[in-house]
Design a protein around this ligand. Structure first.
Ligand code: 5MM
Length: 341
């Protein structure tokens, strides 16, 4: 393992004012997104949609440090025959790959899931590296509800995550470590803080046990936020303060960068929260975004599968990328959203 090189990639992924585009929706997820805009989820439509994003050259080169791809996409070619990976590289961005194989119910833990995909991972990683991937992603999901999460669920997930991270570093690929505490429930922000802190402490302990070099990872956490169904929603300032408090208590300074997931927040909330977090700096790590929905909801809707909407959809993507780029520096202002509308 060349740790200096891994650290260089991790720092490039979280470079000032840049963040990651999570475009790694699995087949089921992209179908749900396409269903919502009335577009059939064919291989060609998925290619056209993602090609449109990667060809938004200005947005990509100014604001997007890397793109997380799904297995299908990393092998796909654009309409003119150029590999999609080349489009990403040409824009000065790094290709990355989702390597987990989704989730399965965890036995004896009703309602809880464990992420799978470790079998054969050691064989798959060198092929992805050869295809251009310089980082990978694995997402664990921890739900909050009555009696959950269980310790068994947290342990199973952080153990698999650390095994994945160690395998990635051996293959000279930077692992994104994403232990996501879901915001789907009715819990308040303090319950989210409590569970997030517990999960992150367990996660870093397990990374240490598995000898993962923290200088060569990127952490992709949830923000500390009330559940969507909670009547008591926290202010932007409270989300920022509680998120930073938990992260400072759990994430060693050896980690070069943190790139948040958006987790179902509205586009603007995800930007405002990231901005407020960075305004609490200086922080021990570079803090940016790795958004799926909060970067793609607007362009997806604008595109709606119609070639004549491509330019407008690329503008919608460029706008969200620019807003999040400012937020990654703590320089976003709400009136910039109104001006664009
Ligand atoms: C793009 O969505 C990613 C893949 O999800 P599935 O495996 O469920 O299809 C997802 O892991 C994503 O990278 C993270 O959740 C961050 O995306 P959001 O939308 O939460 O910012």
């Amino acid at each position: 393992m060349n740790l200096a090189e891994l650290n260089k990639v991790a720092r490039a992924m979280t470079a000032p004012g840049k963040g990651l585009l999570a475009a790694d929706e699995s087949s089921g997820t992209i179908k749900r997104r396409f269903d919502a805009i009335g577009v059939e989820s064919t291989e060609e439509n998925r290619r056209d949609y993602r090609e449109m994003l990667f060809r938004a050259t200005e947005a990509m080169s100014k604001s997007i440090s890397g793109v997380i791809l799904y297995d299908e996409t990393i092998w796909q070619k654009a309409k003119d025959g150029t590999p999609l990976v080349e489009l990403i590289k040409k824009a000065g961005s790094l290709p990355g790959i989702k390597v987990d194989e989704g989730t399965k119910p965890l036995p004896n833990c009703p309602g809880e899931l464990v992420t799978i995909g470790l079998d054969k991972l050691a064989d798959r990683l060198p092929k992805y590296h050869e295809q251009g991937a310089r980082f990978a992603k694995w997402r664990a999901v921890i739900d909050i509800g009555p009696g959950i999460p269980s310790y068994a669920c947290i342990r199973a997930n952080v153990h698999a995550m650390a095994r994945y991270a160690a395998l990635c570093q051996t293959a000279q690929i930077v692992p994104i470590v994403e232990p996501e505490v879901l915001m789907d429930g009715g819990h308040d922000i303090d319950r989210c803080a409590e569970v997030s802190e517990f999960v992150l402490k367990e996660q870093f302990q397990e990374l240490y046990y598995q000898r993962v070099a923290l200088e060569g990872i990127v952490l992709k956490p949830n923000m500390v936020i009330a559940g969507k169904k909670s009547a008591k929603q926290a202010s932007v300032e409270e989300v920022a303060e509680k998120t930073v408090k938990v992260l400072k208590a759990c994430v060693p300074g050896a980690v070069p960068g943190i790139a948040f997931l958006s987790g179902g927040q509205s586009d603007e909330d995800a930007t405002a929260h990231l901005d407020a977090i960075n305004r609490l700096g200086p922080l021990p790590w570079s803090v940016t975004f790795s958004y799926g929905r909060a970067l793609q909801a607007a362009p997806l809707k604008t595109w709606s599968g119609k070639p004549e909407n491509v330019a407008a959809a690329q503008r919608a993507f460029a706008h969200r990328a620019a807003m999040n780029s400012l937020a990654a520096r703590g320089q976003w202002k709400q009136d910039l959203e109104k001006k664009a509308a």
